[in-house]
Design a binder for this molecule. Structure first.
Ligand code: DGI
Ligand code: FE
Ligand code: FE
Length: 375
């Protein structure tokens, strides 16, 4: 009988603690002789991703005598379907292979390329997330009468950890000791991975109070969580949310008013920093993109006819994890379910808050309120 081999594929961009814990736990639970880490291939120069070489190097810190790294998929170059790579894995590791896939992938398994072929080549281990198990058991029943080597749902439930959120945190200089192995962190720092926004982040950090910078990090993380879903450009979302409060420094921005770059009636009001922020982002941070500058401009007041990007920054500013005003949870729920409704609810909440405090409301805020309540 050939050795029992678990194959654990993924982007590992970067490999995090939960990847490592999962590998070790599955090794024990399934009694594999070896577990193979199989990083996927990224096209060269793929934006905002570590290269194949760097991901291989980071994974080397995770390996030991039972956890083995394979560059098979990376070396193949070009898109590889699972069904095509399996014969190569069998050639190398023998025919007693269990292929590990996530619960969410298994729910779409019938839409994979040639799923029935896959089932004849290898066993499948489905790794569920908390709360997914029942749904997966139902799904598994659909394969009862289909020829296969075996499908098992792992008992081990991995801690949910997202590599994309970790990349965002690294870009924002948020400490990730609880998410990444020390050696991986050291490698990332040494090789300047995930540092695309370093100069902006450093400059901003030196200009804002600690508290304001913390809030800003929260806004960026919150906004980025929705960038894909809203089909917004990652870079625009990152920069607009990063620089939205770039004029909240306590410095004097009279030069902006003296040059008439923003409406004079906003001077010394709570909305001034948003208008000035757009100018600061342009002149002091070198941001030229109109959409980004516009989103910064209206992040406090909102305005009629906002772009999706501007709405997202407006809401993320209000809903980031550091906010704890009454009703914020409810607003987050609405926003998570329906972006447009969430935006209108945020706007409404702000106007009602200002009214109840008898604060003067800036005319652009009132225009926005009227515009979106008619719509
Ligand atoms: O800069 P932040 O504190 O992160 O948040 P923000 O830019 O939304 O705005 C700061 C404050 O401005 C907040 O307490 C709400 C208030 N604000 C928003 N629109 C108006 C306003 N204040 C007045 N007086 N008038 C407005 O139209
Ligand atoms: Fe602000
Ligand atoms: Fe803010």
């Amino acid at each position: 009988m050939s050795e029992f081999i678990g194959i654990y594929g993924g982007a590992f961009d970067p490999p995090h603690i939960s990847h490592i814990q999962t590998a070790k736990a599955l090794l024990l639970e399934r009694k594999y002789d070896k577990l193979i880490l199989l990083p996927s291939h990224n096209p060269p120069h793929k934006m905002l991703s570590a290269t194949d070489a760097d991901r291989l190097n980071m994974l080397k810190f995770v390996t030991d005598n039972k956890i083995i790294l394979s560059d098979l998929e990376i070396k193949r170059d070009g898109v590889g379907y699972t069904v095509d790579i399996l014969p190569e894995l069998i050639k190398q590791y023998g025919d007693n292979i269990e292929f590990i896939i996530g619960g969410d992938s298994f729910l779409n398994f019938d839409k994979w390329y040639k799923p029935l072929e896959i089932l004849k080549l290898v066993k499948i281990l489905v790794v569920a997330r908390d709360g997914e198990v029942e749904k997966l058991q139902d799904k598994l029943k659909e394969y009862d009468n289909i020829p296969k080597l075996g499908i098992t749902i792992a008992k081990y439930l991995p801690k949910s950890m997202s590599s994309s959120e970790i990349r965002n945190k690294l870009r924002l200089h948020i400490v990730t000791c609880d998410l990444l192995d020390k050696k991986v962190i050291y490698y990332i720092n040494k090789h300047n991975l995930y540092n695309e926004y370093d100069s902006l982040v450093k400059k901003l950090k030196s200009q804002l109070s600690e508290e304001r910078f913390l809030h800003t990090q929260g806004v960026v993380l919150y906004a980025l969580k929705y960038a894909d879903k809203l089909k917004l450009d990652y870079n625009k979302v990152f920069i607009a949310s990063l620089l939205h409060d770039s004029a909240k420094t306590g410095l004097n921005y009279d030069y902006i008013y003296n040059k008439n770059l923003v409406p004079i009636d906003s001077k010394n009001t709570p909305v001034a920093h948003a208008f000035c922020g757009a100018v600061v982002a342009k002149l002091e941070y070198g941001i030229e993109n109109k959409e980004i500058l516009d989103a910064i401009y209206c992040h406090t007041t909102a305005k009629p006819n906002m772009s999706q990007l501007a709405k997202l920054i407006y809401c993320a500013d209000m809903l980031e994890e550091g906010r704890n005003f009454d009703g914020v949870e409810k607003l987050r729920e609405i926003f998570d379910k329906d972006f447009e409704q969430g935006f209108v609810a945020c706007l409404k909440q702000t106007v009602e808050f200002l009214k109840s405090g008898n604060k003067e409301i800036y005319h652009l805020t009132l225009d926005a309120y009227e515009f979106y309540n008619k719509a």
